[in-house]
Design a protein around this ligand. Structure first.
Ligand SMILES: C[S@@+](CC[C@H](N)C(=O)[O-])C[C@H]1O[C@@H](n2cnc3c(N)ncnc32)[C@H](O)[C@@H]1O
Length: 235
């Protein structure tokens, strides 16, 4: 019996399959085009899943970290990418996930959160995340919140996921997911645990309160056409 988003993503079969790997390749490629990394940079990928995106970025960084509430994902990522010497994985406590300063990394230049904030319980948790990020950030650290359900319309979102699947080369794989039992479970969990939607104004208010600058990235970073991507520049 699965009762929460954390439990849903913690199932052994979550994020299995080629569609996730292909989408991760697309995301990593778009991110590398959007950001110029140097070998002095340290990055944390929060909600890294099976670690495909952070593993693709690690060779361009001094240090790369992935963290996730799913023990299965972290174990699998650790095994699969054990040969990358500057890549480290951490389990994130499901009871205190926005308190990311509990994790070991320090002096971070980038914190990425890709397709994750929709599984937070409230916008207040997003503010906690930004406040805690300041404690482990190097000056000028940038937080990327990608794939946000922002100014959300469910019909537009489904269309964007399907159409975007073509851009990312995973259209058929996505259709198969939608018509599979996997999607039924997702829909059931979603009816019992709503996803977090937000407005740009919510993020603007949080950034103003935390002394950060908010920038909107209009490029399709994730293959989901109508999702929002926010770049939060910490002081
Ligand atoms: C849709 S997947 C995205 C994975 C990866 N970021 C990507 O883009 O391929 C969502 C991930 O977020 C993780 N997750 C869910 N709730 C979380 C939370 N509150 N804090 C951190 N990670 C969470 C899940 O375990 C899962 O790995």
């Amino acid at each position: 019996m699965v009762r929460s988003w954390v439990e849903y993503w913690n199932r052994e079969e979550a994020m299995e399959g080629n569609a996730w790997i292909r989408q991760s390749e697309f995301i990593a490629r778009r991110i590398r085009e959007e950001f110029s990394f140097t070998d002095t940079d340290a990055l944390l990928d929060l909600g890294c899943g099976r670690g495909h995106v952070v593993a693709a970025l690690a060779p361009f960084l001094r240090e790369a970290h992935g963290a996730d509430t799913s023990v299965h994902c972290i174990a699998e990522a650790g095994k699969r990418y054990a040969r990358i010497p500057n890549l480290f994985f951490h389990h994130l406590d499901p009871e205190s996930y926005p308190e990311i300063d509990r994790l070991p990394p320090r002096g971070l230049n980038f914190i990425f959160c890709i397709s994750v904030l929709q599984y937070y319980k409230s916008i207040g948790e997003v503010r906690t995340l930004i406040a805690r990020a300041k404690k482990i950030a190097a000056p000028g650290c940038r937080l990327l919140f990608a794939d946000l359900l922002i100014d959300y319309n469910i019909y537009k979102d489904v269309a964007g996921v399907l159409l975007g699947g073509m851009t990312a080369g995973i259209f058929l794989a996505r259709l198969r997911e939608i018509f599979s039992g996997k999607h039924n479970l997702y829909a059931r969990i979603r009816s019992e645990n709503p996803v977090l939607t937000m407005r740009w104004k919510d993020l603007e208010d949080i950034c103003a309160a935390e002394g950060a600058r908010l920038r909107r990235i209009r490029r399709n970073l994730t293959g989901n056409l109508f999702r929002g991507h926010a770049l939060v520049e910490l002081p």
